[in-house]
Every structure is written in C-alpha cells, then in structure tokens.
Design a protein around this ligand. Structure first.
Ligand code: C2E
Ligand code: MG
Ligand code: MG
Length: 751
C-alpha cells in the first residue's frame, strides 16, 4: 500500500486495546483500594502494560499521520516505551533489592523519557517553527521548573535528611515534579493562542497534570517516609499513560502540513506572556524563607538560583533577538510593497519630504502603465501580478541607483531624483520607457503595456510635497493624452490647462443632477424606401459658461472619472422614454444608444437597461445598444456573458464604427451582434477611393452572410448616398438625411 493510501485509510483505532488498557486500570483500582495482597506488583504490572499499549498506539498513529506529525507521535511513542522500560527495571530492582529502587539505571531511563517527552512537545504542530522560538519555549519551561526548586525546598525537602539528598539518583527521583511542571509549561506555551486547541494537546495537558499530582504526592510521601509500593496514588501513572494512548485517536489538525504560515495568529493573553516569570517571584520569596532557621542559603537553592538567573538572561537575549528580527520584518511590511519588493507610497513620501527639506534639485517622475487594466481583465490577476513584478524589476534596473523607485499602488510607480543628480529626469524617463518596451518574446503573448511618465521639478511654486506630486500627475496625464509610451515635464501652461480640466470635472459632476445634459437624435434612414424608423441618441452638454459641448469635449473626461456611468444611465432612460412616444405614432420605431466600454464591464448594465425599458414601457427589441469595436474586443468572458443576457432579453446590439478596430473578424462569431455600423471614414471616401468602395461593399456582404443589419454612417453627399445604395447597403445615417436634432424625425420619411 502506498503512503497515500495508508493515510486515507487512517480511521479510528482498533478500540480493543483501549478497552483492555482501561480494564487493566479498573482491576488495579479495585486491587489497590481493597489493599489485596501483591498490590505493589499489580501496580507495577498495570503501569507497564498501559505504557506498553500507549507505545503501540503512538507508533500506529505515527505511521498514519502526515510527515510533520510523525515526529511528534514517534517521540511520544518513545516516551511511552521508556516509561514501560523504566517501570520494568524499577520492578525488577525492587523485587531483588527491596525498598524503593531510586537507582542510577531507573534515573537514566526516566530522564531519557523526560527528554523525549519534552522534544515531542516542542515538535507538536503548534510549536514555534524556528530554532530560536523553540529554544525560548524550552527555556520558559526550564525557568518555571527551576523556580520550583526553592519552593519545593521550603515545602518538602527541608524535612528530608541531608544524607539522603547526597545520593544523586535519589535526588533525581525527588525532582520529578519539577520536570513535570517544566513540560506542562512548555505545553501551555506551545499550544499557542490559536483556538480551538488541537484536541490531543488538551488530553496531553490532562495527562501531564495527573503526573504532576502523582509525582508531588509521591515526593511528599517519600519525604515523610509514608510511601509504600502499591499506594493508591500509583494509579495516576497508568491513567496518565492511558490518556496519551487515547489522544492518538484524534484526527490531525487541518493545517498540520505547515503551509499555513501566513495565518494571522492572535496575540497571546498577558498571563501567558508572564507565565515564566510568575514562579520566579515565588522562588524569590522561597529563597528568603529558606534562609530562616539557619540564616544561610542552602547550597541546592543557591545553585538553582544561579542557573535560574542564567536561564532568565538567556531567554531575554533570545527574546530580544526575536524582537529585533520582528522589527526588521515589520519595517519591511510597513515600507515595502509586498508584490514587487520596491519601497511603497509611505516610504516614498518620507524620502520625498526629506529631499525637499534639503532643497533643490529635486524631481519626481510619476509613471503609470497604460493598458495594464486590460491585462488584468483579460488574463486575470495572477498574470497581472507576474507582469507587474517583471516590469518593476526592469524599471529598478533602468533607474540603476540614479533615483529611488517606488510603487505607489496599482500600476502607478514613482521615481525620486535628488541630491547631486548625475542624470536629468528626462534622460531617466527615456531609460524607463526603453526598459519597458517589449522584447521579442513578449510581443507574441500580446501582453505589453507601455507607460506614461509625468515629470515635475521642485521649485518655488511648490508649497509642499503634495504640490510636486500633483504637478507630476498633471504632466503624466498630458503624456497619456500625447499617446502611449511618452513623457512630459510639467510647465506653467500645462498646470493652467490642468486646473481648468479639474474645474471641468467638477462641473461635470453637477451636470447630471442639474439637468445640463441634453439628447439629440439623428435619423437612421431605410435607403430603399426613405422611411425613418429609427434614430440614434447623441448626448450634448449645455455648459453654463462654455455653451453647448459635443461628446468629444467631455466624454473622455467622463470615462476617466467614472462619471460616464450616471451619464449613460441618464441617456438610456431619456432615449427609452423618447422612443416610447415615437411608437405611439410609428409602432415599429426603434432607438439606438451608445454605451461606453467602462459601462459594458459593469454588471449593473443589465439592471439599468431593463429598468429604463420597463419604466418607459418600451419593448426591449425597440432598443439597440451601440458598442465600439474596441470595447467588444477588450471584453472578458463576463462581458460576453452579459451581451448574451442582453440578447436574451431581446435587446439589439450594434457594433459601432465598424472597421476602425484592428481586430480579426473571428470575434464576429463570438459576439451576439445584430447590426454593423460602417464607420464614417469609409463612407466619406466613397467615390474618391476605390478601396473605400470595396471595403463598404465587402462589409455589406459580410453582414449579409452573418445575417446582420447594416448602417452606413456619415453619409453627407448625394454621391455617397448613391454609392451606398448601389452597393446595396440597406440603411444609412448622416448629415444628408438629417443632423442630430432635439426633435426626432422618426416617422417623417424622406421623399
Ligand atoms: P457615433 O456613435 O459614431 O455617433 C455618430 C457621430 O457622427 C455623431 O457625433 C454624429 O453627430 C456624427 N455624424 C453623424 N452623421 C455625420 C455626417 O454625416 N458627417 C459627420 N462628419 N459626422 C456625422 P457626435 O454626436 O459628436 O458623437 C460622437 C461620439 O460620441 C459618438 O460616435 C459616440 O461614440 C459618442 N457618444 C455620443 N453620445 C453618447 C452617449 O450618450 N453615450 C456614450 N457613451 N457615447 C456617446
Ligand atoms: Mg453610435
Ligand atoms: Mg459611429
């Protein structure tokens, strides 16, 4: 059977062994309490049998549990085996020599058991993973145990004759409660603040507690010479072994493979932090009390206190070391970008402020990746992250120590150039753009965002670092507007135009609420009959100061700021209402509305559209959504799914400005379009350019083959009209038939 199979087969253990072990203890209980003859032997045999069973249980579970737990159970198995062995030696020596055999052989075996037991606790699933962490936990246990020695001295040992203490094996026997408490402390420490605690650890805690009770009682009985083998307290030992055997029946914790390092563990409660120190206080009091009768500190107590001090010092050293590492890690977390390892915005602002305090020359380059959002949308965030990491490394290499490069967030980076600059910011910008140009291999994947860089140099006009960043931002937008993969330096003129841009954005925010938007409709004509059965809604902005603005003047801003969503929503509602009134006169009237790419990416598009049609009482098939080719090509699967849903509702979908995108025709198969609108650029060249004629003809045929409706856009002259009609394009739109106008001409047919 393979290891994998073995693990899957891990089920509850065979219960027979557990029942036998429990029965042995029950028999022993009756025997000892009834004080039947041979109680000592029964007690020894009982402990041996139960420890032996616990050993096999631990071995069994060690074989079946995943690797990290295997060591834990193996060490426990060893501990149980040593307990059985120690007890066997004890029994033999007791029977041979009489009395309590606190012999070196017994001492060695039991001590080995303490070591393996402690090692097991330190390799439990919730124990610290680092060597330093484990050492500190072990020291916690040692400190508690050592602190108990002076207390034990005062409470128990003082009565024990000095001669007896001189025998090391004997003393060791009397020190067992100390070791138990050490282990219990370690157990509490390694159980960690995580809840719920892994069940075997609680059972182990119960087992250890039993042993503490047993050993303490045993030691005090022995010290008062009241102990005889077969005393009822003996029952505690097999019981504690039974518990360990039973603990094996619990399943492994869910994250025992050690992969869950990132899990945020809660802070431990104060008492757990103070745990190793509380007994030290008790020890100090005990030392004072120990001096009482003679005025001298007993040697054992003195030595213990010295060792305790050393342990405390060592522990503090380890804790300080851990804290230092933690501080380094925290600093990295606070000031570093997790993904790219570059400094983050916080650190960048700090450095920038420091640089400004030193005074000029200081320059900031603000860099924004163009087209990164599309990469994320199309290929997913994992690809986006890999790309970002790669680009960040390239940019860092390009900066090459001539500045500080930081990731401000998302796809935004910044470089700070200060001090005795060896390189001009413009030169650095060129180096960055060069570094980002795709190498040959990358072009194939189709993933190659470029960057737009804005440069601002610190001058008297800057009151603070945020002014400088704002100027870099302005320059970056200018670079974006200039086309991708460019840089611009902020100039006073640029700043001024940007301020008016900011004002325009503020105005646009109010435009929808204050009803400054306004719709015009342009007729779409049936070229065969001259009938107007449809119109396209085109938005205008009646700006309070600037007058009537065409979409080109404000839609790009609206797209950038997200204001396009409320605008489009308003347009859809108005257009549906208008179409509903047309249909009162002309039952087959329809309306076309333009939808921005950003809107198409939003899941609420469907809700908006259905709300508008039902509010207006318009049949969904009377509404056409016009989407540009590029919006459709960049669309993700979710967008495609949304388009299909819209089609299922009956809404029609037109591909606007067809022919201007650089796509292959294959996407026509995927997109559930009902209509193509041939771009104005082809129509305007009809009659002058044979290739334009061929293009319009071909698109018309293509649409016929795909069973799509066709509209020729931008028909301005009779000549263009004749050409379009001759090609056989069924419908047309353009100034020749009617300009966009407040009053729709639907129903007023062209002669
Ligand atoms: P479009 O969807 O291709 O709209 C046709 C554009 O061509 C309109 O410009 C229209 O006035 C113009 N046009 C029509 N016939 C002729 C002609 O014969 N000659 C010439 N030279 N031009 C003609 P407009 O109204 O400036 O709209 C421009 C673009 O803005 C639209 O292109 C559309 O993409 C977008 N747009 C307009 N309204 C909205 C809207 O409400 N929402 C969204 N998202 N975009 C809109
Ligand atoms: Mg359109
Ligand atoms: Mg168009």
């Amino acid at each position: 059977m393979s290891r994998q199979d073995g693990r899957r087969a891990a089920g509850p253990l065979n219960p027979v062994g557990a029942f036998v072990a429990a029965a042995v203890i029950l028999l022993e209980v009756t025997w000892l309490f009834a004080a039947l003859p041979g109680a000592a032997l029964v007690s020894d045999l009982g402990a041996m049998l139960v420890a032996g069973w616990a050993t096999t249980a631990c071995v069994g579970v060690a074989r079946r549990h995943p690797a990290p737990l295997r060591r834990f159970w193996t060490l426990l198995a060893l501990t149980m085996a040593l307990a059985a062995l120690g007890r066997a030696i004890w029994t033999v020596q007791r029977l041979v020599g009489g009395g309590l055999p606190h012999t070196p052989a017994v001492g060695v075996v039991f001590t080995a058991g303490i070591l393996t037991g402690t090692a097991a606790l330190l390799s439990s699933p919730s124990a610290p993973r680092t060597v330093v962490g484990r050492a500190r936990t072990l020291l916690d246990g040692v400190i508690v145990a050592l602190a108990l020695v002076p207390m034990g001295w005062v409470l128990v040992f003082r009565g024990v004759a000095a001669a007896e203490l001189a025998d090391p094996a004997r003393t060791l026997g009397l020190l067992f409660p100390m070791f138990d408490l050490m282990q219990l402390t370690i157990l509490v420490a390694v159980s960690g603040p995580a809840r719920p605690i892994w069940r075997p650890m609680s059972i182990l805690a119960a087992s250890l507690t039993l042993r503490v009770v047993a050993d303490v009682v045993y030691v005090s009985l022995v010290a008062r010479a009241d102990y005889t083998a077969g005393h009822p307290i003996d029952l505690c030992w097999p019981l504690s072994y039974l518990l360990i055997g039973l603990a094996t029946r619990r399943p492994p914790p869910p994250d025992c493979d050690g992969t869950d390092d990132t899990a945020e563990s809660p802070l431990p409660p104060w008492w757990r932090v103070a745990l190793p120190y509380l007994p030290v206080g008790g020890a100090i009091i005990a030392v004072v009390l120990a001096r009482r009768p003679t005025g001298q500190t007993p040697q054992l107590v003195f030595v213990t206190m010295m060792v305790l001090l050393a342990a405390l010092a060592l522990r503090q050293g380890l804790a300080a070391n851990e804290n230092l590492r933690l501080v380094v890690r925290l600093r990295r977390l606070a000031y570093g970008d997790q993904l790219t390892g570059l400094p983050n915005r916080l650190l960048f602002s700090r450095r920038l402020r420091l640089a400004l305090r030193e005074g000029p020359p200081v320059a900031v380059l603000l860099l924004d990746l163009d087209g990164f959002k599309q990469v994320n949308d199309r290929f997913g965030h994992a690809t986006g992250d890999t790309l970002l990491t790669g680009l960040a490394a390239r940019m860092r290499a390009a900066v090459d120590g001539d500045g500080t490069i930081a990731r401000l967030g998302g796809d935004e980076f910044a470089v700070l150039v200060d001090g005795d600059r060896p390189v001009s910011p413009e030169r650095l910008a060129e180096r960055l753009l060069d570094a980002l140009r795709p190498s040959e291999g990358e072009e194939d994947v189709g993933v190659h965002p470029s960057a737009s860089i804005g440069i601002a140099e610190y001058g008297p006009q800057h009151a603070s670092h945020s002014d400088l960043l704002r100027d870099a931002d302005i320059a970056m937008y200018a670079a974006k507007a200039a086309g991708k993969s460019a840089y611009r330096t902020c100039t006073p003129a640029l700043r001024e135009s940007a301020v008016s841009r900011a004002e325009l954005i503020a105005d646009l925010r109010r435009a929808v609420d204050e009803e400054q938007l306004h719709l015009e409709f342009q007729p779409i004509v049936d070229l065969g009959t001259g009938a107007v059965r449809s119109a396209e809604a085109l938005v205008r902005w009646r700006h309070p100061r600037l007058g009537m603005l065409p979409p080109a003047k404000f839609l790009p801003l609206a797209e950038e700021t997200g204001l396009i969503l409320p605008i489009d929503r308003w347009v859809i509602h108005q257009a549906c209402r208008a179409a509903a009134t047309w249909r009162g006169r002309v039952p087959e009237a329809t309306v076309a509305v333009n939808i921005a790419a950003a809107h198409l990416r939003r899941p609420d598009l469907i809700a908006t559209v259905t709300a508008a049609t039902s509010a207006a009482g318009l049949a969904p098939r009377a509404l056409t959504l016009e989407l540009t080719e590029s919006a459709l090509i960049e669309g993700t699967d979710a967008v495609l799914e949304r388009l299909h849903q819209l089609r299922e509702l009956g809404i029609r979908i037109a591909i606007d400005d067809f022919g201007t995108g650089y796509s292959s025709l294959s996407y026509l198969h995927r997109i559930p379009a009902t209509e193509l609108k041939i771009d104005r650029s082809f129509v305007s060249r009809l009659g002058a350019d044979d290739r334009a004629y061929a293009t319009v003809e071909m698109v018309t045929r293509l649409a016929g083959a795909f069973d799509l409706a066709v509209v020729a856009e931008g028909v301005e002259t009779e000549r263009q009209h004749d050409a379009v009609a001759a090609i056989g394009c069924p419908r047309g739109q353009g100034y020749l038939y009617g300009r966009p106008d407040g009053a729709a001409m639907v129903g007023q047919d062209r002669a």
